[in-house]
Ligand binder design. Structure first.
Ligand code: ATP
Length: 348
C-alpha cells in the first residue's frame, strides 16, 4: 500500500492552463475519484500521475519517491483505460501475461499468476479466446486483470466503464469495489459520472476549470457542497437554486419567502435538494406556490416540476399516484443550503 501526493501540480498547453496548482494527499489504500464535466482537467491530472503527460509545475510523489520526472514504466503504476487497449492478436492468457513476459518473469510464475487473476475475475473459460470474441464487459475484465497481475503500487482508472451499458456498468462498478477491498491497493479513478463517484470513492475530488472545487467523502460533498458548482453537479435531479436577497432574516425571491438560518443580508443563493421538498397546505410557513408541470412516476417515488412565478422547482416526493399537470400546489423545504453572492457555501 502506497500513498500518493500531488503538490502544486499544474499543467498548461501553451497559454491554456488546464490544471491549476493542485494539492492532494491520497492515503495508502484509499480509493479516490476525480469527477467533473468534460474538459475539467481530470484526465490530464491522471495522465500526469501515470507519467504520460509532463507537468508544467509541481511535484508528484508515490510513496517516498519523487516520480515527477520518472518514466511511466518506472512508477509502479498500472492504468486501465476506457478503450481496454488489449492486443487483438494475442489470446486472453497472452494478454494477461504479456507485461510479466516483457519483465523477464519465468514462464511457470507467469502461468501461476495468470491462473490466479483469471480465477479472481472469472476469466478461466476465456483464456484461450481472442479479445474480439469477448463482450465489452469481459474485455474490461481482462484489462483489469492485466493491471492486477503487475501488482502495482497504484491503480489508475480512466473512465473504464464508459463503453458499457448501464446494467453492466453497475456490475463492473461493484466488481472494482470488491477488488479494492480485497487488494487494499491505492486506486485513483476518473469519471464524469457522479453516480460512479458517489458509490465508489472513499473520497471524491470534484473538479471544474482545472481546480479542485471540493475534496471530501461522498456524503460530505453531498451534504455540504462547498459552492454552487458542486451543489448542482452532485445529485440527481440537481439541487434547485434560487437567486435572491436576504433581508430581515428572510430569503426573498420572486414571491418566495423562506426563513434564513443565518443572520446574513444582501444577495444570496438558496439551494434545495429535490428530496427535501414536500407538498404542504397553502398556509405552511415558507411554502412555495406553483403550478404542476411535468410529473414523472418512477414507481417508488414521483418527481414533480413546479412552475412558480420565478424558477422552475423540482421535487422528489414519495409516490403520488393522483398527481397530474396543471394543478396548483404548494411545497416547502425541510432543509436548505445558503450560498453567498459569489456562490460559496454559507455554513448554516
Ligand atoms: P474529458 O472527460 O472530456 O476527457 P477531462 O476533464 O478529462 O475531460 P482533460 O482531458 O484533462 O479533461 O482536458 C482538459 C482540457 O485540456 C481540455 O480543454 C482539453 O481540450 C485540453 N487538452 C487536453 N490535452 C491537450 C493537448 N494535448 N493539447 C492541447 N489541449 C489539451
Amino acid at each position: 500500500m502506497t500513498n500518493v501526493s500531488l503538490r502544486g501540480l499544474s499543467k498548461s498547453f501553451g497559454h491554456f492552463s488546464v490544471v491549476k496548482a493542485f494539492d492532494l494527499e491520497i492515503a495508502a489504500g484509499e480509493f479516490v475519484v476525480f469527477v467533473g464535466p468534460s474538459g475539467c482537467g481530470k484526465t490530464t491530472t491522471l495522465r500526469m500521475i501515470a507519467g504520460l503527460e509532463l507537468p508544467t509545475g509541481g511535484e508528484i510523489f508515490i510513496g517516498s519517491r519523487d516520480v515527477t520526472d520518472l518514466d511511466p514504466r518506472d512508477r509502479r503504476i498500472a492504468m486501465v483505460f476506457q478503450s481496454y487497449a488489449l492486443y487483438p492478436h494475442m489470446t486472453i492468457r497472452e494478454n494477461l501475461g504479456f507485461a510479466l513476459k516483457l519483465a523477464g518473469v519465468p514462464k511457470e510464475e507467469i502461468a501461476r499468476k495468470v491462473e490466479a487473476v483469471a480465477d479472481t475475475l472469472g476469466l478461466q473459460q476465456y483464456l484461450q479466446a481472442k479479445p474480439r470474441t469477448l463482450s465489452g464487459g469481459q474485455r474490461q475484465r481482462v484489462a483489469l486483470g492485466r493491471a492486477i497481475i503487475r501488482e502495482p503500487d497504484v491503480f489508475l482508472f480512466d473512465e473504464p466503464l464508459s463503453n458499457l451499458d448501464a446494467k453492466l456498468r453497475s456490475v463492473m462498478r461493484n466488481e472494482i469495489i470488491r477488488l479494492h477491498k480485497s487488494l487494499k491497493s491505492t486506486m485513483i479513478y476518473v469519471t464524469h459520472d457522479q453516480v460512479e463517484a458517489m458509490t465508489m470513492g472513499d473520497r471524491i475530488v470534484v473538479m471544474h476549470g482545472g481546480v479542485a472545487q471540493q475534496i471530501g467523502t461522498p456524503l460530505e460533498v453531498y451534504d455540504e457542497p462547498a459552492n454552487l458548482f458542486v451543489a448542482t453537479f452532485i445529485g440527481s435531479p440537481s439541487m434547485n437554486i434560487l437567486e435572491g436577497e436576504v433581508e430581515n432574516g428572510k430569503f426573498q425571491c420572486q414571491g418566495i419567502s423562506i426563513d434564513s438560518p443565518v443572520p446574513v443580508s444582501g444577495k444570496a443563493f438558496l439551494g434545495i435538494r429535490p428530496e427535501h421538498l414536500r407538498i404542504v397546505p397553502h398556509d405552511t410557513p415558507g411554502a412555495i406556490r406553483g403550478t404542476l408541470g411535468v410529473v414523472e412516476h418512477l414507481g417508488a417515488e414521483t418527481i414533480i416540476e413546479l412552475l412558480t412565478d420565478g424558477p422552475v422547482i423540482t421535487a422528489r416526493i414519495p409516490r403520488a399516484d393522483g398527481l397530474s399537470g396543471g394543478a396548483e400546489l404548494y411545497v416547502a423545504a425541510n432543509h436548505i443550503h445558503l450560498f453567498d453572492k459569489d456562490g460559496n457555501r454559507i455554513e448554516t
